[in-house]
Design a protein around this ligand. Structure first.
Ligand code: NAP
Ligand code: MG
Length: 403
């Protein structure tokens, strides 16, 4: 069989622990036998981040701007326990945070649906993709405990020194205060990423805030989305037959539960944090979630939504077999290869990405799966595979599909 050709490299960001082990198996068994893989490799494993003072993370994000598409393995975000474990010079920041800041992107997460792993919400038939704004609000807030009676105000001092004040509250006793902000530019990037991704995936876009209560803060989100939609996207949406729909957040929640799925739900930072955990759990499993960072300029970085599966890695290091689910990591690769194929007009590469995903789904539906899926699957015949056996089973299915 001749291997499928690529013309532009993918930015490959390797990672840590069990997902790094899976990464290599996926390349060896599911990619390199079929594709003449072209990648520019960046080792974002913690050892190499530490060696390069985290420069490698920045370089990989810059490379993503250059080539347009990246695929990333899960990485450790260091905490106190990792300092001695990896003999770190510093508690390096989350690579995902660094990359997101450089690409100014929005993260889109969607469940991978297979028969036998049914959503808890009976009406859901298609994936619900959550787009979470990743800047500001309560995540960059300043807070204060008010000890006793006194007046609290919001004060904005312009560069020329003029002050604008708003009374927050005239406290009669102890209480609490919070000041938060967002930036028009960040909201605009968020909006463009969402509109682009909706066009890209041909899905409706929903957006919701609490603008009836928050008449300036949340209302600004609503207005920015509407202005950008009218000026730049309305025609394109009409042409694709998709819609942009704005509603109040509480109305959105009710509609989501009653819906069939099959749309993108854009959420402010806090709503997205909470709702993405709810949607992921209701669809079945974090190991069956895809995640892609999309920049307003149209750069894409694909990854799995879960972490490095540390507990399994320690078992692996002791020589024990693990049954770690590689699906989300495989879908990160297929997503990136499909996007590369689209950008470079390589139908064979796009077709390979489709077949690879189909092979994953078929393999699970045939009863071969990892332990985490066996726990929640309603399939009658289930065979719990080790990571290696499962990847081998996918390879067999894939070879059948490509033959
Ligand atoms: P995790 O790696 O997602 O794993 C948490 C637990 O979920 C695992 O112990 C396992 O449960 C289950 N699980 C997750 N993915 C699985 C898979 N593919 N197959 C089977 N089971 C799976 O989260 P964590 O343990 O909190 O974090 C570990 C490291 O990952 C941390 O250093 C964190 O910084 C990093 N992290 C990275 C990213 C990223 O790069 N995107 C995201 C989150 C966390 P059982 O042990 O019960 O089998
Ligand atoms: Mg959360």
């Amino acid at each position: 069989m001749t291997k499928i050709k690529m013309t532009t490299p993918l930015v490959e960001m390797d990672g840590d622990e069990m997902t790094r082990v899976l990464w290599k198996m996926i390349k060896d068994e599911l990619l390199e036998p079929f594709v003449d893989l072209k990648t520019e490799y960046y080792d974002l494993g913690l050892v190499h981040r530490n060696e390069t003072d985290d420069q490698v993370t920045i370089d990989s994000a810059e490379a993503t701007k250059k080539y347009g598409v990246a695929v990333k393995c899960a990485t450790i975000t260091p905490n106190a326990a990792r300092m001695p474990e990896y003999n770190l010079k510093e508690m390096w920041k989350s690579p995902n945070g660094t990359i997101r800041a450089i690409l100014d992107g929005t993260v889109f997460r969607a469940p991978i649906i297979v028969k036998g792993i049914e959503p808890y919400v009976k009406t859901w038939k298609k994936p619900i993709t959550i787009a979470r704004h990743a800047y500001g609000d309560v995540y960059k807030a300043t807070e204060m405990k008010v000890p006793a009676a006194g007046k609290a105000e919001l004060v904005y001092t312009a560069e020329d020194g003029t002050e604008t004040r708003e009374l927050i509250h005239d406290f009669k006793g102890a209480g609490i205060l919070q000041g938060m902000h967002n930036l028009n530019q960040s909201i605009e990037s968020f909006a463009r990423s969402c509109f682009n991704y909706a066009l890209d995936t041909k899905q409706d876009l929903w957006f919701a805030t609490k603008d009836t209560i928050s008449k300036k803060y949340d209302h600004t989100f609503k207005d920015i989305f509407q202005d950008i939609y009218d000026a730049e996207y309305a025609e394109k949406f009409e042409k694709e037959g998709i819609t942009y729909f704005y509603t109040l957040i509480d109305d959105a929640v009710a509609r989501v539960i009653r819906s069939e799925g099959g749309y993108i739900w854009a959420c402010k930072n806090y709503d997205g944090d909470v709702m993405s955990d709810m949607v992921a759990t209701a669809f079945g499993s974090l190991s069956m979630m895809t995640s892609v960072l999309v920049s307003p300029q149209g750069y894409y970085e694909y990854e799995a939504a879960h972490g490095t599966v540390q507990r399994h890695y320690y078992k692996y290091l002791k020589g024990e077999k693990t049954s770690t689910n590689p699906i989300a990591t495989i879908f990160a690769w297929s997503g990136a290869l499909r996007k590369r194929g689209e950008m470079d007009q390589l139908p064979d590469l796009m077709n390979f990405a489709d077949k690879l995903e189909e092979a994953c789904i078929k393999t699970i539906e045939n009863g071969d799966m990892t332990g985490d899926l066996a726990l929640i699957s309603t399939a009658e015949e289930k065979r719990v595979c080790t990571s290696e056996e499962f990847i081998q089973a996918i390879r067999t299915t894939l070879e059948g599909l490509l033959a």
